[in-house]
Design a protein around this ligand. Structure first.
Ligand code: AMP
Length: 462
């Protein structure tokens, strides 16, 4: 397709005219790739971010294929938060405004369920909602999707992050096997691949090329006069780069604890991760880093395998790794997802030959970095954007992410967009909350019940 006009698609005339009236002149890259496949009835995995025009991509597929005279639920769109669901409903209504009598219903947690049950009695063509509430309504028999022919998972990665996997699987089990499934996700980790395998049938994969150049890793090398200068060097590098998140690699367990403590004393929220941590402590450490409530993770190589963070800005080699290939693994932790990353290795004169063997003399000489002087330490440490709340209830009491999200975002609570990852264990659940919303979230948890029960909760620190 040389140009990306909507008129090239098999869309009805009123829909195309409506697009022009909305000011949509050309398809965005993700629309050009996905809409033809969607209109052709294919299952689809689309890697696309917010702002790419993804809502209109699946919205057009829904509106074009809708049979308005058939009065049952034909399409179900699942979103991670109420805000997104509201936005998606609004977009679909806009796209459908030249088709008469299209009924779009939004069904989300954190809102009273009674009126939703009432609205469902009047019927709807398109349902947009959050997985927890949709599953509830299905389980209680208020919602029927057994004739629905389209399922859209919007921001699927975020839904998995928020712990909605079980709800998603249950919801899918209420749908006919013969359907079209469209999965949209900003990232494409293994968990999304596995989900796609379960819910899609021979899906096509589309990804709009980012305008960004491919990611690059910039390696830099800092020579220290003495090995004892490592701690201060790491601290200065953190103040200099001010990363959202960084990993510092050490070779021993003792070093990880010592470096993490040193950084903590200097005001950085840093955690140590090594093989001797008990399972529970290890879980909390991984959860806090992955959900963005800690800035620095100081880890040994083996322990770092469990860290699942997509785009680290900075990796520091406190010590050079013992093996050459481990060095490559370490620096590969940064510069992912189209972003540039920096990997810095500290070395002493004695270690020069080892480093030169790995990266070459030329690289070291061309990418030497001088540490800034002490004035850099006068800046405040970078604070993490999130905090972790721990709720004393988890899988064993069937406390589900949707229940927690609903309680937190109910009237007087926080916005759905203030809530990050939700990680559930047998006896507790960890919820990432934006720093500014922690107070409101804690008040809400301490004053309200979740599913009729009061749970103890606290902000995880230390
Ligand atoms: P989304 O990625 O779905 O959140 O969409 C981002 C924004 O782009 C929304 O405000 C849409 O209204 C707008 N948009 C979607 N498709 C187009 C298009 N083809 N031309 C212009 N704007 C668009």
């Amino acid at each position: 397709m040389s140009t990306n006009n909507f008129s090239q698609l098999s869309l009805s005339k009123p829909i195309v005219e409506n697009l022009a009236s909305l000011g949509y002149e050309q398809m965005t890259p993700i629309q050009a790739l996905s809409v033809p496949l969607i209109l052709d009835g294919k299952d689809l995995i689309a890697k696309a971010k917010t702002g790419s025009g993804k809502t209109a991509a699946f919205g057009l597929g829904i509106v074009q294929q809708l049979r308005v005279k058939q009065w049952y639920v034909q399409s179900l769109v699942l979103c991670p938060t109420r805000e997104l669901a509201d936005q998606v409903s609004k977009s679909i209504r806009q796209l459908a405004r030249t088709t008469h009598n299209v009924k779009v219903l939004t069904l989300c947690g954190g809102m009273p369920i009674g009126p939703q049950i009432g609205s469902l009695k009047h019927g709807a063509h398109i349902i947009v909602g959050t997985p927890g509430r949709i599953n509830d309504l299905l389980r209680k028999g208020h919602l029927a999707i057994d004739r629905a022919t389209q399922l859209v998972l919007d921001e699927a990665d975020r839904m998995l992050d928020m712990g909605f996997q079980d709800d998603l699987d249950k919801i899918v089990s209420y749908m006919p096997a013969k359907r079209q499934t469209l999965l949209f996700s900003a990232t494409y980790p293994d968990s999304i691949k596995a989900l796609a395998q379960r819910v899609c049938l021979k899906p096509q994969f589309v990804e709009a090329q980012d305008v960004l150049s491919p990611s690059t890793i910039k390696e830099q090398f800092v020579e220290l006069a003495h090995s004892s200068e490592r701690d201060e060097a790491v601290l200065k590098l953190l103040h200099l780069y001010r990363p959202e998140q960084a990993i510092v690699f050490c070779n021993t367990k003792r070093e990880t604890t010592q470096v993490a403590n040193y950084l903590k004393q200097a005001g950085w929220v840093s955690l140590a991760l090594h093989g001797d941590l008990e399972q529970a402590a290890r879980d909390v450490t991984l959860v806090r880093f992955a959900n963005g409530s800690a800035t620095v993770m100081v880890a040994t190589d083996v322990a770092a395998r469990g860290i699942d963070v997509a785009d680290l800005e900075l990796v520091i080699n406190y010590q050079l790794s013992r093996e050459a290939e481990v060095h490559t693994h370490r620096i590969g932790r940064t510069g992912r997802a189209g972003k540039d990353g920096v990997a810095i290795s500290l070395f002493t004169e004695r270690e020069y030959p080892k480093l030169a063997l790995r990266v070459g003399d030329e690289a070291i000489e061309n990418h030497r970095l001088e540490l800034p002087d002490d004035s850099v330490l006068a800046t405040d440490p970078k604070r993490p954007s999130m905090h972790t709340l721990q709720i004393d209830g988890g899988k064993k009491v069937k406390l589900r992410p949707g229940d927690i999200l609903g309680a937190l975002t109910a009237q007087g609570g926080v916005q759905g967009s203030d809530v990050g990852k939700i990680d559930r264990f047998d006896f507790s659940t960890f919820v990432a909350i934006k720093r500014d919303a922690v107070k409101v979230a804690m008040n809400k948890l301490q004053s309200d019940k979740i599913k009729g029960r009061q749970y103890r909760s606290r902000v995880v620190r230390g």
